[in-house]
Design a protein around this ligand. Sequence first.
Ligand code: B12
Ligand code: SF4
Length: 377
Amino acid sequence: MVDELTQKLPLVKFDVVAITVNTPNAQHVYRMAARYRELGAWVVLGGPHVTLLQEEAMQYGDTIFIGEAEETWPQFLQDFLLGQPNPTYRCDKAPSLKGLPIPRRDLISGHLFTKGAVFASRGCPHHCNYCSLKKIYCPQFRTRPVEEVVTDVSAIAGKFFVFWDDNFFADVAYTKELLKAIRPLHKRWAAQVTAHSCLDDELLSLAAQAGCLYLFLGLESFSSQGLVDANKVFNPIGRYKEIVDKIHLHGICVQAGVVFGFDSDQTQVFQDTLEFCEDLGLDGVTPSILTPFPGTDIYHQYAQEGRLLPVDWSYFNGKTRVAFRPKGMTPEELLQGYNLFRREFYSLSSIARRLAKSRTNLLYNSIVNIGYWSALV
Ligand code: B12
Ligand code: SF4
């Protein structure tokens, strides 16, 4: 088990090399796959990019996995041991999330992000048009049995972990039950949720009692038209302030996701967004550049309109490059505006203004914000 964020790849001969491919790292993975094939390994590719672009991935792997692999991976291992692996394994029906093995976290080296990752559910009931989730998972939203999630969380050695569910509050009744069950474990955690579910005071109170440190809210845009562009009209812009205040009242920090580059965004969007974020007293923002991942509605729309730039997959990282021609500005203006927003939002003056409003977990919050500031100066 190798995580390239923290480890170097050992370039020696293995029997099987299995790699997850996301769009921004696809070219890199294909290069690594070629090297391992030269060394004599059977290379297996799976993950979002493979599921989205099967024919492309087939050129680089000996076997590819399409979709979820809980049931197809054991089948592959059996076939491989018999010397008859198939070129393709496809998930045709949604695998159950019951009885999943507890991850061997002892095999993970170094990185806290992955050592403390837990999932309670899979999928999301919404259909935002820039999100590839509906294309990479079977359509049904599913949850794991509460007691199995408790066992999984208990197995984490450290105090902190992240629920990496795409929408942790998607099934409110299930989440409430789970929160009550993890409360006695006395851990601290974070999760990604949709803003409107945070109008539920009982849910927030249970989250706080169960050790929630911060919630990641996909606010995405402060313009109604921006949310129409994103097919995310369930985000109640008019109630953002009420929602953020409620979360803070429960002693939980708010990290917001914001996306720049929607069709209605003009260059003024960066300054406007900064003012909104400061006004809300947001503890943190993860800004992204809109990215038309293959398989998404916006990918098809921009392809039809001739707005995809002739660039390779490394441009699809949402952080340092632009992969399409926005409507209301040039690609260069989008990248510059995004960078300006990051610098301004994590400037010392903005940090001071925001934390004075938030007054939540001030020690933790100051350390995180100063960390961002020092990374940018
Ligand atoms: C956790 C996470 C992160 C974490 C990763 C932490 C870590 N070190 O693991 C962080 C925050 C760092 C991150 C970063 C990014 N992420 Co991310 N992330 C996720 C998230 C929420 C969960 C992934 C996960 O672990 N799932 C749990 C595992 C068990 O399931 P799975 O990955 O879906 O895999 C299943 C199948 O795909 C298959 N499978 C997967 N890999 C393989 C490999 C083999 C060999 C086999 C057989 C099967 C197989 O089997 C699994 C079980 O069924 C997903 C959303 C999602 N739900 O998938 C987005 C997601 C993967 N991320 C995405 C993106 C865009 C990014 C970023 C570009 C964001 C950004 N702008 O910075 C970066 C890029 C990182 C990179 N270099 O690739 C997109 C990818 C889209 C795409 N086309 O590639 C996703 C799908 C989100 C989305 N809604 O679109 N991410
Ligand atoms: S709410 Fe989040 S996870 Fe769900 S479809 Fe929209 S962007 Fe994807």
